[in-house]
Ligand binder design. Structure first.
Ligand code: NAD
Length: 485
């Protein structure tokens, strides 16, 4: 096999899991088996928690300005190794090299943000009565865990690990069992950057390891990113053990296109949003609501979509099952009367016949009650619904149970403002198909796309990864005493 067996990373060392069950790690680009991975046991997790707990007690005593020096060095290592890291992401996940490089760029941006945390967590202090001072300090939560999905093998782990560790926590990462290799490189680069042993650990596994993390009494907080069904299970299980939890779920993002929208800009944005990362991202456009006379824009969308070629500027989807699921959705919509304007079914990439490719697909005349309109397809597919008014379009968007992102395409500031106010989603775009907020703005959806308070990145994450200590001090005996201080 091309890569050695996937290892856990515990107390600063790569170690073999004690589990007996093993799975193959496959590259979806061409179906080759890259390596294998043993699923870890509760004992492996326990070892990781014991060493993390001991290491965290020292780590939290180091002033944050010193702690973040690790991330200044780590950022340089990400930059230096960007090409190799991107190639690994592309190989294990199936995305294009350009998309994988963008993922490393984003990991660098997240690391930069962590480097700025000392400026953001400077505490507050005030003389609250004569000679009496109140002060607020941010303290780490302790040993925390992060459970991540397959879609961004490097970026999503960086959403949590940089801020959590810079803020004084020790982190245990549970990578997706489908793409565990990038996390191995993250661990080795963090070590090279000087992160003390035990502060970052990896415990590989699947459902059982997720349950073990939720149940472990010495893990104080859990962040999760993945599908809504599992996000709900993780949130409920972790909080029932009195842990902090933040669980990000799936999405069904609507782009509302008004007839006055700039046709070229809208066409290229819609095409890029629905097909980037083969539509396997929680910010992908999945439904387009075309308001009024928008045929000229739909034509532009199709024109742009036809420029997207599987195996060239479109990566593979993650697995054979994913390809079959996506193609089933398209066929079902067709059977229910929708029109397939661009059809991505049955694609084969020459030289990569065993890869899992789905071509970009545009489905028109979709009705809001069809499965392609309601459910997360997670493939390069856009379902177009047509309405006469903006109110009807907003009703369709509002009725969807998810709430990650929504966007409007128009040249009218007033109409854009209506969508900004009335769309029922946490991240809104105006003439932008993938409205990901960049640091220092935080990332997170609403409704069935997120469970728990606050967001996972940016300033909002400081609340999640720290607890506040409130200190009241009086030194001078002459200061007046009242019942409050
Ligand atoms: P997934 O929910 O299948 O897996 C995510 C994690 O949960 C993995 O680490 C996996 O090992 C674990 N897991 C899987 N089944 C489990 C079970 N039954 N019990 C406990 N744990 C289990 O998600 P995925 O397929 O890896 O990723 C795709 C999903 O992630 C999509 O729904 C996508 O929208 C979502 N996602 C959301 C965001 C966001 O920010 N909201 C970001 C990226 C991806």
């Amino acid at each position: 096999m091309k890569y050695p067996e996937v290892q856990n990373f515990i107390n600063g060392h790569f170690v073999t899991s004690s589990g007996n069950r093993s799975i193959d790690i496959e590259s979806p680009l061409d179906g080759t088996i890259m390596t294998s991975m043993r699923l870890s046991t509760r004992e492996d997790l326990n070892q990781a928690v014991i060493t993390a707990k001991a290491a965290q007690l020292h780590w939290e005593r180091i002033p944050i300005k010193e702690r973040v020096q690790v991330f200044f060095r780590y950022k340089q290592l990400l930059e230096k190794n960007s090409k190799e890291l991107s190639e690994l992401i592309a190989e294990e996940n199936g995305k294009t090299l350009g998309e994988a490089t963008a993922e490393i760029d984003k990991a660098i941006e997240l690391t930069e943000f962590a480097c700025s945390l000392p400026q953001l967590v400077a505490g507050e202090s005030l003389e609250v009565s004569k000679g009496v001072e109140c002060r607020i300090e941010h303290w780490p939560v302790g040993v925390v865990a992060s459970i991540v999905p397959f879609i961004f093998p490097s970026m999503v782990p960086h959403w949590s690990l940089c801020n959590a560790i810079a803020l004084g926590n020790a982190m245990i990462m549970k990578p997706s069992e489908v793409v565990p290799l990038s996390c191995q490189r993250i661990a080795s680069l963090l070590k090279e950057a000087g992160l003390p042993d035990g502060i970052f650990s990896i415990v590989n596994g699947d459902k059982e390891m997720v349950e073990a993390i939720c149940d472990h009494p010495d893990i104080d907080a859990v962040s999760f990113v993945g599908s809504t069904k599992i996000a709900k299970l993780v949130y409920a299980r972790a909080t029932s053990g009195f842990k902090r939890a933040l669980a990000l779920g799936g999405a069904k993002n609507h782009l509302i296109v008004l007839p006055d929208a700039h046709a070229e800009m809208t066409g290229s944005n819609v095409a890029a949003s629905m097909s980037g990362c083969a539509g396997q991202r929680c910010m992908a456009a999945s439904a387009m609501v075309a308001v009024g006379k928008s045929d000229h824009i739909i034509e532009k969308v199709c024109e742009e979509v036809k420029k997207i070629i599987p195996g060239k500027n479109l990566g593979s989807v993650i697995s054979r099952q994913a390809k079959e699921r996506i193609e089933r959705y398209i066929t079902e919509a067709e059977q229910q009367g929708a029109r397939i304007l661009v059809d991505g079914r049955g694609v084969k990439v020459p030289g990569k016949e065993n890869g899992y490719y789905v071509g970009p697909t545009v489905i028109d005349y979709v009705k809001p009650d069809m499965a392609v309109a309601r459910e997360e397809i997670f493939g390069p597919v856009i379902s177009i619904m047509r309405t006469d008014t903006l109110e009807e379009a907003l009703k369709i968007e509002n009725e969807n149970p998810y709430g990650n992102a929504a966007a409007v395409f128009t040249q009218s500031g007033g109409l854009a403002r209506q969508v900004m106010e009335k769309a029922n989603a946490g991240m809104i775009g105006v003439n932008i198909g993938v409205p990901v907020p960049r640091e220092p703005f935080s990332f997170g959806g609403w409704n069935e796309s997120k469970f728990g308070a606050g967001d996972i990145t940016g300033k909002s994450s400081i609340e999640f990864w720290t607890k506040l200590k409130k200190i009241t001090v009086k030194w001078n005996p002459e200061s007046r005493t009242n019942w409050m201080s």
